[in-house]
Design a protein around this ligand. Structure first.
Ligand code: AMP
Length: 113
């Protein structure tokens, strides 16, 4: 989608430190990291949020979790890490392109703010 920063990153039209890309999923370092490892994993297709997911998105979103697991291993996080999805403004979603935060390499308290 024109004007979506994550779509621009997926297309290679905006800079990002990519850590993974395939035909369904792209992952890159968060520009404002909240942990020593803070990655964003996104479907290449523009989906605004979980509220817009359709049954046809199931293969890509299943693949997203496979990529998350691979990245957790690649970044040596298998002792524990957190996956976060902020969905909608009340949850703090600031970029309207579905993304999963992968946070790790520090202790993570619960509940989140
Ligand atoms: P959320 O608040 O859940 O929508 O998360 C959006 C995340 O995207 C934030 O953690 C931002 O730091 C991150 N972010 C925004 N723009 C960029 C960008 N151009 N490259 C990398 N991360 C970004």
């Amino acid at each position: 989608m024109r004007g979506c920063i994550f779509c621009q990153i997926v297309r290679g039209d905006a800079p990002a430190r990519l850590v993974h890309q395939d035909d369904e999923i792209t992952a890159f370092h968060d520009a404002n990291p909240q942990a020593p490892v803070h990655l964003l994993i996104v479907p290449n297709r523009h989906i605004e949020g979980v509220r817009d997911v359709t049954p046809g998105d199931a293969p890509a979103l299943g693949r997203l979790f496979v990529v998350a697991r691979q990245l957790a291993e690649a970044f040596d996080l298998l002792d524990g890490y957190r996956l976060v999805v902020n969905d909608g403004p009340a949850a703090g979603q600031s970029v309207p392109h579905l993304h999963v935060h992968l946070l790790g390499a520090r202790s993570l308290s619960w509940p989140p703010g």
